[in-house]
Design a protein around this ligand. Structure first.
Ligand SMILES: [Ca+2]
Length: 313
């Protein structure tokens, strides 16, 4: 028979198993994720601390049990307190699960909506609360759009702080914000896609992996293998580069500021094969431009979007 105490102890073991699984996941991704800074790990530490306290209470409860197994008032009181804490922990665990990772743009969620984009959704954690625009139709949907140029009415030649926070409007042109992009891409593996319209033709570039580190690492970006009808070079050329703006030169060219020279912002190398944050309408490498390695193209529509890989996990 299971007593309330053994039931509670079983639940603790279950929680410890969950925590173990989460830690294993974190460690296996440790080579690419700055794990200590992820919100998930902060929550795990909170959870771990709560479990430790509960373990102490269980131990105290066992010590209090008289030799004959008689239940004392103090024991009952302690058990009651313990059960309340287990319940609180259960609720906390639920909250962690609900808030962990982007659950907002899921594959298939657009099947029953008639508009191209559903109502905006909120990503919220202790530091960031933003509206999110989901692309529900491209390649099965489930994409969070992080960059969009459609009209040219928003100035994209902005400074580091603007790109950190994001700007523009989800109903038009916008940059989602580097802190939010970092936050999303470190909560689970993400793929990335850039959709472009060039001379009336829709083309795209894609990579199996997209990770953006934190501001302390200048939002350095890593890709997986790349492909796509737009020519993957435009994307691949930025692999492992830091983010640069006109006021924060993080490109690898000494004595040259790519962002300032090309009047854009992004993961410049020496300097770029895409400048989708460049000047709208300008037909040069300072404009909204993309190279497939053979020639420069000038899209009049761009959308950069990310999707969590294995989004059900
Ligand atoms: Ca430089």
């Amino acid at each position: 028979m299971s007593t309330p105490t053994t039931g509670a102890a079983g639940f603790i073991v279950f929680l410890l198993m969950l925590i173990s699984v989460r830690l294993v996941v974190s460690i296996s991704e440790g080579d690419i994720l700055d794990v200590s800074e992820t919100l998930k790990d902060l929550k795990i530490r909170d959870l771990s601390s709560s479990v430790s306290k509960l373990e102490d209470r269980i131990f105290a409860l066992l010590l209090l049990r008289p030799a004959g197994g008689e239940k004392t008032g103090l024991e009952r009181q302690t058990r009651q307190g313990l059960e309340e804490r287990v319940q609180a922990l259960e609720e906390f665990m639920q909250a962690v699960n609900q808030r962990e990772g982007p659950r907002v743009c899921e594959r298939g969620m657009g099947n029953n909506v008639t508009t191209q984009y559903p109502p905006y959704l909120i990503l919220s954690d202790s530091t960031i609360e933003k509206d999110i625009l989901c692309d529900t139709h491209t390649d099965g949907g489930g994409w969070i759009i992080i960059q969009r140029r459609t009209k040219g009415d928003v100035d994209f030649y902005r400074d580091w702080a603007a790109y950190r926070e994001g700007f523009g409007s989800l109903t038009g042109d916008f940059w989602f914000g580097n802190d939010a992009i970092h936050n999303l891409t470190t909560q689970g593996a993400h793929e990335v896609r850039v959709d472009l319209r060039i001379d009336g033709q829709e083309v795209f570039a894609y990579s199996t992996r997209f990770l953006v580190r934190n501001e302390g690492n200048a939002y350095r970006m890593s890709l997986g293998s790349t492909s796509g009808t737009a020519g993957a070079l435009g994307l691949w050329f930025s692999n492992d580069m830091k983010f640069s703006t006109f006021d924060r030169d993080n490109d690898p060219l000494p004595d040259f500021n790519c962002a300032k020279h090309h009047q854009g912002a992004g993961w410049f190398a020496k300097c770029h094969k895409n400048n989708i944050n460049g000047i709208w309408g300008e037909k040069s490498s300072n404009g909204v431009s993309w190279s497939d390695g053979r020639s420069w193209k000038f899209p009049n529509f761009t959308e950069m979007k990310i999707r969590r890989v294995n989004s059900q996990i």
